[in-house]
Design a binder for this molecule. Structure first.
Ligand code: GLA
Ligand code: ZN
Length: 647
């Protein structure tokens, strides 16, 4: 494992640089990320570039054997630029320009911004081309699929629709625009969602295309920079750092043209009081590995208590700094870069704590980081080893968009069911991949496909084929509901999946915050929430039925033989207890070996290399855990990671 830090030389007196670099070296830091917000120092005046300070810093690190990731600084153009080109600032839904003074204000399609961004990226990458200390480039910072409402962006959006639909007739038909007299008779009538209506009030087909457009725009922006970097630095590795923002992009498309995935990982420092809450970040880590089905990098990792725009949260509990970092490694991150070396003493983020506090006196957290450095050094040998999984969970950005556009019922959000299944399978000690519904499924034995809301023919086919050949598919509520345009399908649910699951939905009850209950096949009773599909089997077998509600006695979960495999349909949303049992029963039926006896929130993953297997056991709780596992007695301190190497 390569350990790194995010460092901001421009925030510190240069007198500190050397001491910082020395201390990094002593604490086994091998990588430093630099410069993502430093445009005003790299180009203090229009066309006048200054790389002197950055050269000095890169040089200090290089002398100490520390590599750097350089960033294109395009997240924050200097204020002289905005002064000259006020139109380059994003436009809000109400038509007003975003107020500058924070960061990320630029319109990604504005011609002046792009000209200046191209220029600094070009000059900077030519300046550092061939520098052996620079191992990768990060494009911009946490780029989002922003909704900019300026005329340029609107024009681009219309052009995309023209290209996609060809004619207004086709577009009107796809959106079902005869509703509320919404049919377009000219392209100019197509407007982005101006105003302040909740998105759920707008046509869901129109909104889905708008989300797709924002994501595609962002991808185009990334590729534009990637082209310049590749031209000037052939062969260099290029990435950008992703996070789960509200303007979510399609992660698969975001990284398709880049070399590796980077992710900003801030697990919670306060464990929730409600044991039903999924707080582990393992799901997100597995998802990031699944984006390119490859090992990835954590470009920002929790280092201290968080706070800045929000009130300050708890400081990491002893063991968290080290444990969470190793957890990322256990899920396929080969590099973990901690944000940030030292807490800023100025600016809005001064309370987002780094490894070293404002005092510049290394304390408890830094000591833990130093120990992590020792461990990371030992783990260098297993860098590049892979996670091989027999279980996959499908994550669909488009279904995520569609759920955000139209909340289904109180309390329901797209990611919860994937996370519940993930926690259940991880709790059985098996590796879990989180991959695209379009992924090749042939490596897996079990594929969980929660909430396949938008129905895509290729995905439907792939799941039927998978079961036909002996795989086990698990579907849930809200599957097959919409066509690819986000319109409802005039067939009983789960429409295209009806044959696969051997049942249809007679009626559904979106119970939101209310509770009902089910009885599982072993007689255990489990509360269910949010949603109840009343199932009508057509060949499938009920493995759980409702114990309450007017549908008492009706099937809630069914299992169906399909081809050489099986399909399950989980027609409600339950508590963790049910998913735990279901996961074990599914693994047994699919003949996937698993571990019995893991306590809740103890995670086991395995990385495999040539003649080498590393088993990671992580206690993601603040209590000591003691348990027996296949005859072995295990004790784990709070947030302890135990790594067993077998050669
Ligand atoms: C994000 C950003 C960082 C910083 C941190 C903490 O992850 O990428 O620049 O703002 O949040 O606030
Ligand atoms: Zn714009």
């Amino acid at each position: 494992m390569i350990l790194g830090v995010d460092y901001y030389p421009e925030h510190w007196n240069p007198a500190l640089w050397r001491a910082d670099a020395d201390l990094m070296r002593q604490s086994h830091v091998r990588l430093v990320r630099l410069a993502e917000f430093s445009w005003c120092r790299l180009e203090p005046r229009d066309g006048a570039f200054d790389f002197g300070w950055l050269d000095e810093v890169v040089g200090l690190f290089a002398e100490r054997g520390i590599k750097v990731v350089l960033c294109t600084p395009t997240n924050c153009p200097p204020l002289w630029f905005y002064e000259k080109y006020p139109d380059s600032v994003q436009t809000e839904r109400d038509g007003r320009k975003t107020a500058t003074g924070i960061r990320g204000h630029r319109c990604l399609n504005n011609a002046d911004f792009l000209r200046y961004a191209d220029r600094i990226v070009d000059v900077m990458t030519r300046h550092y081309a061939g520098n052996p200390a620079v191992v990768a480039w990060q494009i911009d910072n946490e780029v989002e699929a922003n909704f900019c409402f300026c005329d340029t962006c609107v024009g681009k959006y219309r052009n995309r629709l023209k290209k996609k639909y060809g004619t207004l007739e086709a577009l009107n038909k796809a959106y079902g625009n005869n509703m509320w007299s919404g049919e377009y008779s000219s392209w100019e009538q197509i407007k982005p969602p101006y105003g302040s209506y909740p998105y759920a009030w707008l046509n869901p087909a129109y909104m889905l295309d708008f989300c797709r457009h924002a994501s595609e725009d962002m991808v185009e922006y990334l590729l534009r920079q990637a082209d310049i970097i590749r031209k000037n630095c052939p062969g260099v590795q290029i990435t950008t750092n992703a996070w789960f923002c509200s303007n979510l992009p399609n992660f698969y498309e975001e990284f398709a043209g880049l070399d590796f995935v980077s992710y900003d990982n801030y697990p919670t420092t306060r464990l929730p009081d409600d044991p039903e809450e999924c707080y582990s970040h393992a799901f997100h880590l597995d998802l990031m590995r699944g984006v390119k089905r490859d090992n990835f990098c954590v470009m920002e990792q929790l280092s201290g208590g968080l706070g800045c725009w929000a009130p300050m949260a708890r400081t990491p509990y002893p063991g968290m700094i080290k444990g969470y970092s190793l957890q990322a490694f256990a899920h396929g991150a080969d590099t973990v870069v901690h944000f940030r070396w030292r807490s800023a003493v100025s600016g809005a983020e001064m309370h987002w704590h780094g490894l070293i506090d404002h005092s510049n006196v290394p304390g408890r957290r830094f000591e833990e980081f130093r120990q992590l450095g020792e461990e990371a050094k030992k783990l260098l040998a297993i860098r590049g080893t892979r996670i091989q999984s027999k279980v996959a969970i499908l994550y669909s950005p488009e279904d995520d968009f569609a759920f955000r556009i139209q909340p289904q019922t109180n309390g329901m959000y797209y990611l919860e069911q994937p996370m519940l299944f993930h926690a259940a399978f991880t709790g059985c000690g098996v590796n879990v991949d989180v991959v695209s519904p379009k992924a090749d499924l042939s490596d897996y034995r079990v594929v969980v496909a929660p909430e396949l809301y938008l129905t895509e023919a290729a995905v439907v086919q792939s799941l039927y084929d998978f079961a036909e050949k002996g795989g086990t598919v698990v579907l849930t509520v809200r599957s097959g509901v919409k066509d690819p345009h986000n319109n409802c399908i005039m067939e009983p649910l789960p429409t295209a999946y009806r044959k696969l699951v051997g049942a249809y939905v007679e009626e559904y009850d979106p119970i939101g915050y209310d509770k009902e209950s089910i009885v599982y096949s072993d007689g255990s009773v489990h509360p269910c929430r949010q949603w109840c599909d009343i199932l009508h089997p057509e060949g499938a077998q009920a493995i759980a039925s409702y114990q309450s509600g007017f549908y008492q006695g009706k099937p809630a979960i069914v299992q169906n033989r399909y081809g050489a495999g099986y399909a399950y349909y989980v027609g409600t949303v339950c508590t963790k207890s049910l998913y735990g049992k279901l996961a074990k029963d599914i693994l047994r039926q699919a003949k996937v070996p698993f571990l019995e006896g893991l306590p809740a929130n103890v995670e086991v993953t395995t990385r495999t290399g040539e003649g080498l297997e590393a088993r990671f056991m992580f206690n993601n709780t603040d209590k000591v855990q003691e348990f027996d596992l296949n005859g072995e007695h295990v004790t784990l301190a709070a947030f302890e990671m135990k790594i067993d190497l077998k050669r």
